[in-house]
Design a protein around this ligand. Structure first.
Ligand code: ZN
Length: 156
């Protein structure tokens, strides 16, 4: 299975994306979607045993947001086990949080780069270095905070 295009702050990729009860055809099973951030919350809190505060910092969200993600995730996993449902792990706001959007003042080109790759030196289209974080222009927040606020907003 190929890795997702943008690697967000997830320390562990799920070894498989779909869990289902044995012997029951998937077509008749109700499927619960567990987002990647919910998966990560369970991994950090229940497997690594981190305090919510530490786990929230790892995921770059507030402690309150982490608590909500974890609660939602545990509820889903509990339903899957108790009601015998299928579970699919996919998507989630965290992938959004891992991308930064830049805009070029010269040619108005906009593009995204994955987190952790550093600030691009120039516009990939016109090579101008007159570029800026697009989030700043929209007034979401200062560089480095925009993604965090975006992430928590998406989850609310
Ligand atoms: Zn440009």
């Amino acid at each position: 299975m190929p890795r997702p295009k943008c690697c967000r702050r997830i320390g562990g990729e799920p070894p498989c994306r779909i869990f289902k009860p044995a012997g029951i055809p998937r077509v008749v099973l109700e499927e619960i979607i567990l987002s990647m951030d919910e998966f990560e919350a369970i991994r950090l809190a229940d497997l690594e045993g981190l305090y919510h505060e530490q786990a929230a910092a790892r995921m770059n969200v507030s402690r309150q947001t982490f608590g909500r993600i974890l609660e939602e995730a545990r509820g889903k996993v509990a339903r899957v086990l108790v009601e015998g449902l299928a579970l699919r792990i996919e998507g989630g706001a965290t992938e959004m949080a891992e991308k930064r959007t830049f805009g070029c003042h010269q040619c108005q080109h906009k593009w995204t780069v994955p987190y952790g790759t550093g600030r691009p030196a120039a516009c990939p289209v016109c090579q101008s270095n007159n570029i800026a974080r697009a989030e700043e222009e929209r007034g979401v927040g200062r560089a480095g905070q925009g993604c965090r606020r975006n992430a928590s907003r998406k989850l609310e």
